[in-house]
Write a protein that binds this ligand. Sequence first.
Ligand code: ZN
Ligand code: ZN
Length: 76
Amino acid sequence: MLTKCFGRFICTRCGKHYVQKSTLSRHVRYECGKQNQFKCPYCPKTTRQKYDIKLHVLKIHQERRDEFEIIYRYHI
Ligand SMILES: [Zn+2]
Ligand SMILES: [Zn+2]
């Protein structure tokens, strides 16, 4: 997964590069291939963080808040 090139650490999956190996490791573990994996059940909006979907629904789909709490807890 990790290659070093010209003093930079490259993610072999997506090509992003980082100066710090620890930053790349975090990217591979938590970010790479996981972009926008959480989807709003009510519109095409997607986010990278689960919590961002919650913020989105509470803001945009306020009338669905109660039913969303259940979806959020068990199905996302
Ligand atoms: Zn990557
Ligand atoms: Zn939405």
